[in-house]
Design a protein around this ligand. Structure first.
Ligand code: 2AM
Length: 480
């Protein structure tokens, strides 16, 4: 037994994490169901560090120092259960299984409970940053027991990305907390990508800019407060010309967005938790809508009539759109953090909300200077309820507001769809409103279903007997 950690599942993510571990000086046992992948890894990259190839699960487990640390990098779902079952049978109490795949946090909670009963630590860990991140430093979001983090934390922190000398890895919380936070990361990623795409669409359809010009505008924005990996790669994509046709690349790509489903999970969980993540939800719906060809075919002829499009000109300068994008982004990120806070309360996780921002500053898809502002806001005020409760964010939103409203209005008048911009703005207006029409909804519910309502002027639950003359009100929580 000589290996400090083992990786089973050597497709690209598993292989790159194994190489990352080996390059950082760890002795890494490697195993794959199909032995050819193990052989290929050692042949191609054996010179990068110390690998111990294992042909069978038994050999693999025997190669590991105790407590054994196994990193499972197989397909999420049934395959993960099969592999966990197969290896757990060979392990002893105190050993640790890390699932670095994209598991649903509910599965992680189930697996952790089952393995805990057998004395095995199960660590569901989000790993963000794709293939490149896995090899050179991802953002890592491990859940599981505190004891497992004492053993695994130093290794994971070492192979993670680093920003300002700090690792992009922290113990998120127990059982499914790591995979939950990874899921929200992906939800935020969906919203951010959608918002950037809407800004592009506005600059093109309303501003009249070419893709190449918009690439330049985004490069400019990337030098400011919107600086981020996603803005950077967006500029790259927009500047790209299709070799076959000479057309802008973005014009020859089918506009049907695909997804692997973590954005969908975020929205599903948000409904369960009661977390208002509308910008994220709009982003997920915008993807599915784009791919519903039959619906779009049915609606497209309407566009030709253009009768419903009002040719009005409001704000749509590049600066206006930058402000709308920035303000919407603040809202989308804030929605993600709200959801993490809700889940921590629901599932009993002690999540450091500032640390989540810290570990996303590098390695992952949503990495951005902006995240350091969120980290700082939470550091300055532990228990911060929302970003807009922080003075600087509030001031920025106040400054952006006229442009933001104007851009959404222009888009609406011109028939350019901006579901995430407008959902974010509606979220802001919802939360800032003195009064909401939810009072009317309560009245409707009480009318047709006697669901009761609460009053603004006194405590208690009330029902109005709508069918009776004079519509008398009764208090329902006192038996009166
Ligand atoms: P394979 O190379 O033998 O197909 C991504 O698909 C990774 O998950 C691959 O390493 C793949 O192994 C592995 N994998 C998928 N399903 C598996 C299963 N049921 N048992 C073990 N490994 C599996």
């Amino acid at each position: 037994a000589s290996a400090q950690i083992g990786v089973t599942g050597l497709a690209v993510m598993g292989r790159n994490l194994a190489r990352n571990l080996a390059r950082n000086g760890y002795t890494v046992a490697v195993h794959n169901r199909t032995p050819a992948r193990t052989k290929a890894l050692v042949e191609e990259f054996g010179h990068e560090g110390a690998f111990v190839p294992a042909g069978t699960p038994q050999e693999f487990v025997a190669a590991l120092e105790r407590p054994r640390r196994l990193l499972v990098m197989v397909k999420a779902g049934a395959a993960t259960d099969e592999v966990i079952e197969e290896f757990a049978a060979l392990l002893e109490p105190g050993d640790m299984i890390v699932d670095g795949g994209n598991a649903h946090f509910a599965d992680t909670r189930r697996r952790e409970r089952a393995l805990r009963e057998r004395g095995i630590h199960f660590v569901g860990s989000g790993v963000s940053g794709g293939e490149e991140g896995a090899l050179n430093g991802p953002s890592i979001m491990p859940g599981g027991s505190a004891e497992s983090y004492r053993v695994l934390g130093p290794m994971l922190e070492r192979i993670s990305a680093h920003v300002d000398g700090e690792p992009c890895c922290t113990h998120i919380g127990t059982d499914g907390a790591g995979h939950f936070v990874k899921m929200v990361h992906n939800g935020i990623e969906y919203a951010d990508m959608q918002l950037i795409s809407e800004a592009y669409h506005l600059l093109r359809e309303v501003g009249g800019h070419s893709p190449a010009e918009i690439a330049g505008i985004f490069r400019g924005w990337n030098g400011g407060r919107l600086e981020s990996y996603l803005i950077g790669i967006t500029a790259e994509v927009l500047a790209h010309t299709d070799a076959a046709t000479g057309e802008p690349f973005v014009d020859i790509v089918r506009d049907a967005a695909e997804q692997k489903g973590t954005g969908r999970w975020t929205v599903q969980s948000a409904l369960d938790l009661g977390s208002p993540v509308t910008a994220i939800a709009q982003a997920a719906f915008a993807r599915v809508a784009s791919a519903r060809t039959e619906l779009r075919d049915a609606y497209r002829p309407l566009a030709a009539r253009r009768a419903d499009v009002v040719p009005h000109e409001l704000g749509h300068s590049v600066l206006d759109i930058e402000k709308a994008l920035y303000a919407s982004k603040v809202i989308a990120y804030d929605q993600g953090w709200t959801m993490i806070r809700d889940a921590a309360a629901e599932y009993g996780w002690d999540i450091d909300l500032g640390a989540v921002a810290r570990i996303w500053r590098g390695g992952c898809i949503i990495r951005a200077a902006f995240l350091d502002r969120i980290r700082a806001a939470h550091a300055a005020e532990p228990g911060l309820v929302g970003l807009l409760a922080e003075e600087r964010f509030a001031a920025e939103i106040a400054d952006a507001l006229p442009s933001w409203r104007s851009v959404v209005a222009t888009a609406t008048l011109r028939g350019v769809p901006v579901p995430a911009f407008s959902a974010a703005l509606a979220h802001y207006d919802t939360l800032r409103s003195e009064r909401l029409p939810a009072a009317l909804i309560q009245g409707q519910r009480d009318f047709f279903g006697a669901h009761t309502y609460r009053r603004t002027d006194r405590d208690g639950s009330y029902h109005t007997r709508w069918a009776e003359p004079g519509r008398p009100e009764v208090r329902t929580d006192t038996g009166a």
